[in-house]
Design a protein around this ligand. Structure first.
Ligand code: ADP
Ligand code: MG
Length: 241
């Protein structure tokens, strides 16, 4: 696979021969011997049928889970070599998550929701607030920061959740079906948002079963039965390069 300028961009995360098996008596091989490199600047999608291992893979990329065998490394550090506290710290600093159902806290404003990602970082309240406001500005919600989730549309709630994911300035933004609860217009808006948030320092990774959503990304990884069966670069029209 020829990868344009990727030779010069840093490998943020690598999976080396990773398997994940669930269950004791009846074993489910959710991932089988998966190897993968994610580089700074990647804007990628993970597609595949239900049960093919997409969420399991995302959980490993986001250090929510550890492999049964093989290694997951972030900037060269094997996640299995870290203690629980160090791993949590790594997750907090390296990864921003976006979920299908937004997972905003209902009684907090958009601003307060975004601020939650910055708690326990030793920031002064004023600084925390400013960073949260900046993140909301970035997703076009600056003027709605005082609204609670119920006062926002689905698309706006997802943008608030994206602001929460990026306010920590993570290496990777990981999204599991981020458009799954949205109509096609709002889904397109959310993908516009991710495209805008793309930067040479960061990787954005979107799990989706929607080919339209995947076609907006630049690299598409296809999973089947716990294996990567294709890893393709896409052109701007969503076709394979
Ligand atoms: P996808 O996100 O592509 O739908 P998943 O990664 O959720 O797929 O699941 C892959 C396989 O692993 C499925 O067969 C699923 O039932 C199984 N699986 C996922 N998580 C668990 C778990 N915590 N315990 C048992 N089996 C699981
Ligand atoms: Mg899933």
């Amino acid at each position: 696979m020829v990868r344009g300028d990727s030779q010069v961009s840093e490998v943020l995360l690598s999976l080396d021969g990773v398997s994940r098996v669930f269950g004791d008596e009846v074993k489910v091989h959710a991932l089988r011997d998966v190897s993968l490199e994610i580089r700074a600047g990647d804007f990628l999608s993970i597609v595949g049928p239900s049960g093919s291992g997409k969420s399991t893979l995302l959980g490993l990329l986001g250090v929510l889970d550890l492999p049964s065998s093989g290694a997951v490394r972030i900037r060269g550090t094997d996640m299995a070599d870290l203690g629980d506290a160090e791993r949590s710290r790594m997750r907090g600093s390296a990864v921003g998550f976006v979920f299908q159902q937004f997972h905003l806290i209902p009684h907090l404003t958009a601003l307060e929701n975004v601020e939650t990602a910055l708690l326990y970082r030793g920031l002064l309240a004023g600084r925390r607030r400013q960073r949260a406001l900046d993140a909301l500005e970035q997703v076009g919600l600056g003027n709605r920061h005082g609204h609670t989730p119920i006062q926002l549309s689905g698309g706006e709630q997802q943008r608030a959740a994206i602001a929460r994911a990026i306010v920590t300035d993570p290496l990777m933004v990981l999204a599991d079906e981020p458009t799954g609860a949205l109509d096609s217009q709002n889904a397109a808006n959310v993908m516009d948002m991710f495209a805008e948030l793309q930067s040479p320092e960061r990787a954005i990774c979107v799990v989706t079963h929607d080919p339209e959503v995947a076609s907006r990304t630049q690299r598409r990884i296809t999973m089947l039965d716990g294996e990567i069966v294709a890893d393709e670069l896409l052109d701007v029209a969503g076709g394979v390069r």
